[in-house]
Design a binder for this molecule. Structure first.
Ligand SMILES: Cc1cc2nc3c(=O)[nH]c(=O)nc-3n(C[C@H](O)[C@H](O)[C@H](O)COP(=O)(O)O)c2cc1C
Length: 198
């Protein structure tokens, strides 16, 4: 392991029974491995305890003693140590899943001054409504969203045996990963040099 590589956390945002999300996440993790610019950790929200009821205080101000459930610790630690994120999300009612929103809302500083890219899938819009909503929400946490996302419209026709049929998909993934790696390196240096004023 090259300890200088930025750590990329890939978040599997769907927890639905019979979900397609892990197929997309696993293909994307393979692309990130091939890219070679990151140490990679995949966090599946289905493995995490994410209650909808939050504590009274905001995680923005509470610090390290914020009272999260024990079953959330793997998520918190992955977010804390990440230099970059890829959120893999489906589209539910023109947005992203409620479990993913809860996972975001239980944290704050863990996202700050770090880059986030989106890999979405769904019907005709390819999950872009979900990605656009996530951009909006994560900007509030001072994350830096990456322009180039991957979107898979009508994924039920567009994937076979765990891979997208579009021959351009791997190239789009590389573009996204190149941009994410640039931001991950630049923001890691910046976070180390000067505390973020947010
Ligand atoms: C509650 C719900 C709402 C949905 N709404 C949309 C939608 O607005 N747009 C869309 O493209 N697909 C929509 N879908 C279809 C999902 O894109 C599709 O079920 C996909 O498989 C969900 O990802 P998952 O299997 O990883 O959970 C919806 C699915 C569910 C379960």
């Amino acid at each position: 392991m090259d300890n200088n590589k930025p750590k990329l956390v890939i978040v599997v945002g769907s927890v639905r029974e019979g979900r397609f999300g892990p197929v997309v996440a696993s293909w994307f993790a393979e692309q990130a491995q091939t890219h070679g610019g990151f140490d990679i950790d995949v966090v599946d929200l289905a493995d995490i305890d994410i209650p909808l009821a939050l504590p009274a205080a905001s995680p923005k101000y509470a610090g390290d003693d914020y009272p999260r459930p024990a079953g959330m610790a793997p998520l918190t630690s992955a977010l804390e140590t990440a230099d970059a994120f890829v959120v893999v999300t489906p589209e539910y009612n023109h947005s992203y899943p409620a479990g993913l929103k809860a996972a975001i809302d239980w944290h704050y500083t863990q996202w700050t001054a770090k880059p986030v890219a989106f890999v979405s899938y769904g019907g005709a819009a390819g999950g872009r409504h979900a990605a656009l909503h996530l951009e909006n929400v994560l900007t509030e946490l001072h994350a830096v969203t990456i322009r180039d996302g991957l979107a898979f419209p009508n994924y039920f026709h567009a994937w076979e045996e765990g891979r997208p049929l579009d021959p351009g998909a791997a190239g789009y993934a590389k573009t996204l990963l190149d941009q994410l790696a640039w931001w991950a390196g630049a923001l890691r240096v910046a976070r180390g040099a000067v505390p973020y004023p947010g």
